[in-house]
Design a protein around this ligand. Structure first.
Ligand code: SF4
Length: 671
């Protein structure tokens, strides 16, 4: 299966059996107690499953390289003592027949605390502070720090290093005119701006032998105004190759770019065309990245000559066995990364340990061994939504005999409905994975079935995972025929009129607004995505951007919330801005601090900014949250049947798929 993906390749002196690179990902494990032991377990499990090349998360090249120098002990590599700690990682990965590169990182002005340093003093969009302009001596020192870090990585047993030159970090800041307006030898023109990364590569290559791999993470498109021009990127790549780079791993977009690059709304492999343009200009292997999450997509883009290899990072959180399953032709058994960011990137930005929505065991492997239960029990799970599915899967994996009861005709619960939201189709992959696991593990699935208590008394334990129901709005007149709850609207959006008010602007309200404002022009293609977000494949302007095209919404929408908080404030960090911008571009009207008065045949009467108005709308969709749905606990208690309530049925407050799946899996592993 996947002949292109599993074709051998050489990277420097390394002979690899497949073309999959596990891309750099910050896990935060290194900052925890016994963090390097945990990282070793994390990487070794993925290596054991067939990976051939891993790149670690970024380690700072000096004590200030990541900001927060007080936390630098474990996240930077500056001393032989620190290098010694890494040995457990390199040895564990090598023992599984895999290679590993360490990423060298300096964040420059992406310092969340102080504003950091950069070639020129510029406001950092992440910290909102001005960065400090580096002196010539400081620049020379940072180059030397990169070389020292690479030498220490070699001592620690790494097969090479990856130099982080993309995503708007320090090297990228040197390359782009938007952050480098120096007039000395480190700026002035493209050649001057390229000097910093070239000196780093030349320094490392001079200090280390040919059999030490140098990968360079190259920004193909900065996706910011006054970023690098494409011709400059090509010229830089050729010079870096001549200086000793063995591999170009590619990236797209700075962290401050206002174009999504890794979220679910980005079509799969949307940027592989840019890797192809680089591949035509250099002779060392080129790695495509961003939104590659299935073996089919990966194999296809290699077969089409878009890249020599593919980088995937989050897909290895979702499924450590991605490579083995792909090679065995079991792609339907892969737990696919759905690019939600909810348990990985969103947690990085709030400095929490990361995991994965679809695989809560990710980054907890050392405390969550996969092992059979001492005694197999007979388990009934009531509800095949995300919590029930995760519990049933985990319990069956451990050898319990599981029967999964679902009153409707399909599995998925709220996940099934949510995949109808534009840009959330990837949720269907999670349902496909659970269907495959139900088959593999022999879970007895009883759809369209509500058991009676007598039947449940025959089980050793019952899990109540019956989920949630929509909360009512409490607005006078809410029984008017114009009013629907979000479940009704999701099931039949085409029956809604052209003017719609949405009551509640949390994640449910935004989902609904996206569904109802979706136009035929948004057909999910790469071309439509580029038009919507202003990405220029011709690369005429710097940064690879062009003006966006306004997309007409088929409906007039009002998205309303009672709270005075800014609209969308409670949405996740890495995707909330995307959702706000999408609606803004469609001229949806967003109002906070709204006082609802009543609903009648004329529409929704309310007060906005102290002014009383009536929105004469065709429909009012209530997205006012959810309430637990648990018709079982009292009956089970009355009959002394042992049971546990999980997910939204236990607590509906801020329930989402991350918590539901985590609670289900956690219970499954403890039964
Ligand atoms: Fe992928 Fe979401 Fe898991 Fe992150 S949390 S790895 S984006 S599925």
């Amino acid at each position: 299966m996947y002949p292109s993906l599993f074709q051998p390749i050489r990277v420097g002196h390394l002979a690899l059996k497949n073309r999959i690179l596990m891309g750099s990902m910050h896990t935060g494990l290194e900052d925890q107690a016994q963090g390097f032991e945990k990282l070793a377990v994390f990487y070794a499990e993925r290596a054991r499953e067939g990976l051939q090349l891993i790149v670690t998360g970024g380690f700072g090249v000096n004590t200030h390289a990541l900001g927060m120098p007080e936390n630098a002990e474990f996240s930077t590599l500056c001393t032989p003592e620190q290098a010694e700690r890494h040995r457990i990682i390199t040895q564990s990965v090598h023992a599984e027949g895999c290679h590993i590169l360490m990423q060298l990182l300096h964040v420059g002005r992406y310092d969340h605390g102080s504003g950091g340093v950069s070639p020129s003093s510029v406001i950092s969009k992440l910290s909102n502070r001005s960065s400090l302009e580096l002196s010539h001596e400081q620049i020379e020192q940072i180059i030397a720090d990169h070389v020292r870090c690479a030498l220490l990585a070699k001592d620690a047993g790494y097969d090479g290093v990856e130099i982080m030159g993309g995503e708007g970090y320090l090297i990228n800041q040197f390359l782009a005119p938007v952050t480098n307006f120096r007039e000395d030898g480190w700026g002035g023109d493209a050649q001057g701006r390229s000097r910093f990364p070239l000196r780093i590569v030349q320094g490392i290559r001079a200090a280390l032998p040919e059999n030490f791999v140098i990968s360079f993470r190259l920004s193909l498109m900065d996706l910011v105004e006054h970023g690098s021009h494409w011709l400059e990127v090509l010229d830089l790549a050729r010079q870096l190759e001549a200086a000793g780079v063995d591999l170009f791993n590619t990236s797209v977009g700075w962290h401050e770019a206002r174009i999504p690059t890794v979220a679910m709304v980005v079509p799969r492999a949307a940027f592989s065309w840019a890797a192809q343009q680089l591949k035509q200009a250099v002779s060392v292997p080129v790695v495509a990245s961003n939104r590659i999450n299935t073996p089919e997509v990966a194999d296809d883009l290699i077969a089409q000559g878009h890249a020599d290899m593919v980088a995937m990072a989050r897909p290895f959180l979702a499924d450590p066995a991605f490579v083995r399953k792909s090679q065995a032709g079991q792609s339907s058994a892969i737990n696919t990364c759905i690019a939600c960011n909810q348990a990985c990137l969103d947690r990085i930005f709030t400095r929490q340990p990361i995991s994965c929505l679809v695989n809560p065991r990710a980054c907890r492997e050392w405390e969550w061994p996969i092992k059979k239960a001492e005694k197999s029990i007979k388990l009934a799970v009531l509800g095949a939504g995300p919590a029930g599915l995760a519990c049933a899967r985990e319990a069956a994996e451990r050898g319990h005999r599981v029967t999964l009861f679902e009153p409707s005709i399909r599995i998925g619960g709220q996940l099934f409905l949510a995949q109808k939201i534009p840009g959330k189709q990837e949720l269907g992959e999670t349902l496909r994975y659970f269907e495959s696991e139900i088959q593999r593990l022999g879970i007895e699935l009883r759809l369209n079935t509500t058991p009676n208590v007598a039947l449940l008394a025959d089980f050793d334990h019952v899990v109540v995972a019956t989920g949630v129901v929509p909360r009512r709005s409490g607005i006078a007149g809410e029984n008017n025929a114009k009013v629907l709850d979000y479940m009704e609207a999701l099931r039949n959006p085409r029956f809604l009129g052209e003017r719609v008010a949405i009551v509640g602007a949390g994640p449910l309200g935004f989902d609904m607004a996206e569904l109802l404002s979706h136009s035929k022009a948004e057909d999910g293609s790469v071309a439509a995505f580029e038009r919507e977000w202003g990405i220029d494949q011709k690369r005429e302007l710097r940064g690879g951007i062009k003006p966006i095209e306004i997309i007409e919404s088929p409906r007039q929408l009002w998205l309303l919330q009672r709270s005075k908080l800014p609209m969308g404030k409670t949405l996740p960090t890495t995707t909330g801005w995307i959702r706000r911008n999408k609606l803004k571009n469609k001229s949806a009207r967003l109002f906070n601090d709204v006082k609802y008065i009543h609903i009648d045949d004329n529409g929704l009467h309310l007060r906005i900014g102290g002014e009383q108005r009536c929105l004469s709308v065709d429909n009012i969709v209530v997205c006012a949250g959810q309430e637990s749905h648990n018709p079982w606990s009292a009956r089970l208690e009355a009959h002394n049947i042992a049971h546990t309530v999980i997910g939204g049925a236990r607590d509906a407050h801020q329930i989402d798929a991350t918590r539901a799946i985590n609670e289900g899996a956690e219970l499954g592993r403890k039964l």
